[in-house]
Structures are given as C-alpha cells and as structure tokens.
Design a protein around this ligand. Sequence first.
Ligand code: GLU
Length: 506
Amino acid sequence: MKKNVRVRFAPSPTGPLHIGGVRTALYNYLFAKKHGGKFILRIEDTDRNRFVEGAKEYIEESLEWCGIKIDESTNAGGNFGPYIQSERKDIYKKYINELIESGNAYYAFDTSDELDTLRKQYELEKKVFVYNSETRKRLKNSLTLSKEEVNTKLTNENFVVRFKIPENEQLIMNDVIRGEILINTNTLDDKILFKSDGMPTYHLANIIDDHLMEISHVIRGEEWLPSMPLHVLLYKAFGWENNMPEFAHLPLLLKPTGNGKLSKRDGDKLGFPVFPLFWKAPNGDTASGYKENGYFPDAFINFLSLLGWNSGTEQEIFSMEELIQAFSLEKVNKSGARFDHDKAKWFNNQYLQKKSDLELANLFSEELKEKGISSNIGYITEIVSLIKERAGFVNELWSQSFFFFEKPTEYDKKIIKKRWKEGIGEKLKNIVLIIDNLSNFSRDNIHDSVIKYIEDNELNMGQIMNSMRVSLVGSASGPDLFRIIELLGKQETIDRINIAIEKVNK
Ligand code: GLU
C-alpha cells in the first residue's frame, strides 16, 4: 500500500447505529488494522434537523461493545480534530468561498416555492426538473444575475451555494470493489453545498474533512455510490485529486427474504434486533439490541464480518485478530448480503461452546443473582459443563438447569399419566433406601446401584427412570439422570423423591 492508511467511519447521529453501519465500521477497522493504519470516528452532524440526542453516545458505546477500537475521535483525541462537524463550521466557510471564487460553485436564490412550481410544470410535460448545467442558465443565481443584484440578494435573502457541475465531461472513476465506473457529467445535478444558515451539506463537509484528515480510503455503504461522481468532481475542483482517497462501496445488507435493504424500521418487526445495543429514543420509543438479547460481541462481529465478505476458505469462526489478518477489500462481494438470523444464533452457540466452563459459570452466576439465587461457583461450573451443549445463549442456561437450584413445584401430567403406575411409590421408596445407604456417591456408583435394583427385581426400566426424573426435575427432560442425582446430593435427592411420592400419590 503506497500511503499511510487512514480510514474513517462517519455516521450521522440521527438515531441508533444500524447493524449495516456496524459492518461498515468493522470493515474500515479491519482494513486499517491489517495495514497498520488508523481508524477514525467522525461525527457528521451538519443536518441539525435530523440530530437525535444520545445518538453520538450510542454510536461510541456500540463500537466499544463490538471491540472496534477508535484511534482518533472527539473522545480519543488526535491531531486532525475537531472530529465532529458542527465544530468545524469556519473551515467549511473558508473552502466554500474558495470554490465560489474559482468559479466551481455559485450562489442560487430560487425559493423552494419557485422550485416547486417548476417541478410541477415539468411534471405536466412528463419531464423531471433538475437544477443542472442546462436549467441553471435560466434560474436565479450568480451565473445569471448581475454583481449588484447578487450582492443585494446576499444581504437580504436566503441563498444556497450550488456546485457547478462541468458540462459534458466523461468522468472515469475507480471503486476498489466495483472496478471502473464511467459517467457523463450531464447526468448530474448542481447539488447544494452550503446553506445561508452557515452550514455545509453532507457532500461539502465530507470531502473537506476527508481531505484535511488525510483519509486514504473511503469505505462506506453502497447507498453513497451515486454521490461518488460529485465527490470526485469536488476533489478536482479543489485541486486535491492527486491525494484523493480510494473508494470502496460495500454491498447492501438485505432482508432475510433477499427483497430490499434491511432497514432501521425493520427493527423488531422481523423477529430479530437490527441494532447492536438496546436503544431508547428521546420520544420514548425503544428497540432491542444484540447485547441485551444475549449475544457475545465476538460472535456478533464474526457473524457480521461474513455478511458481504469471505475469506475464500471454508473457515467460518474468526477472532477479531484472525479477521484482521484475513480481511481484504478485494474479497468483499459486489452483490447484497442476505441477513440470516439463524446463522447469527449459530455463531453465538459456537462461541458459547468454546467458552470455558468457569467463564460461562461466572456469566451464569450473574443471571442467577438477578433471580435472587446465590450458589457456589464450583457447583455452577459443574452444572454448566453438563448442560452447556443444550444452550445457544447464556440466558438459555437457566431453562436447562433451573432444577439444580430449586425443587420442582409441579410434575408433568403427561409423564405421570404414562409412567407413574400403581405401586411405583413403593419402588421409589426402595430406591431412596438404596441411595441413602450409598457411601460412595459418585455418578457411576449411583447408576450401578439403581440399575442393579431394577434388574434384580425385573422392573420396567423406563417407568422407574422416568418417575425418578419427574420427581427430581418436574418433567422428562434434562441431562443424564445420575449426574443430576450426584450434583443434587444425597439429601436433596431423597427429599425430592419423597415429596413427589407424597404429592403425586395424593
Ligand atoms: N454521514 C454519512 C452517513 O451517515 C457518511 C457517508 C460516508 O461515509 O461518506 O452514512
């Protein structure tokens, strides 16, 4: 790579960060770290009407939860600040004046009403009105009005500054992912760059900042591809084309059906979160997040990394370090990546199985505390090792293991009807005696002694085992019965069987 790699993630704080945005941040981060470069967070808040309180903080917390470390930002500092556009207003003013002076931009005074009327007239003629090299010659702007008129209007009226798109130029651009792109400038419109409220629009601020922050690669969502010609023309107009960043436009994240973009509004509607963290909007609206749904950040990141990129191998499980090593923009797909929630769950399960029993026990112990249960970590670790393969999430451990922490309060009626036959109480009492007499309370010894009793007396194995299980667990589910007995301990086992005999026989 010829230059120092400096990339930026440049979200607008208009709400919570969508997972598509997280993926953009992730690919930027992976690319930067792979090339020993810097990852910059720049907040693009020039559109004050769309600013949402709390969104900036949400973005920062989300990246932190994901393990995406920021080298430069308002919080991390850096030599290219301020990293929030609302604090860079004076910079944009200086540069817009430069563009006006060099003839690459012009003032326009057409009111919204006037433009609306024009749009309607065009519609009647089945045409679309565009402010461009053709129409600007007939409109109210500093290209058509006299210097005096312009000066009076500048002091008395609202105005905007528009970019003067060059006429009939063949623009050749390059996108790292999509290759060469050709466009004729006559298809472009004279976009607004600056408004009389002293604020630049996205296009102007974005280009100036990328240039001043010495951004080497612009890696962003496909929705910005149509803006690329204007951006390239802006670099040219400023005379910065030799230092222009390389562009890479990432494929869209699609809904699970493959039809259309996965949007913020899809939120919980489709049955899965589209945000990394829980979000509460200033108006009280809420949306669920991956974190609160029990996802591990590394599993979430691993899952997201493969939505639009592949390593070219069979490998699916990647740590962040491995992703950094394997990542390349050349392996990013051109076509949209379909979101698959089952795959997200699968990844979480894989990561859960990889965690050590102790690590999981500590996480589970937090959940238990919330339920008012405090138990010995050694005991919890044993339980976790027994049931973890049945869980994909830490919050599923409880439903697989609650019976280790509390006695059953009900017994599955179907099982009772099927298995709890006449005289079973007597047989269970004999088993209680056998268990009570065991001096070696290991799983295997409990197993051998109980099985021996069943076989010696030619009893129905299924009936006895299921009746024991329902007495201990309340249902027919759960892991190995003898491990359950071993972990519950002698007294608890005996108590539970006795209680069941009494309750069920009634
Ligand atoms: N502020 C833009 C956004 O919200 C940034 C686009 C870009 O990366 O150029 O996505």
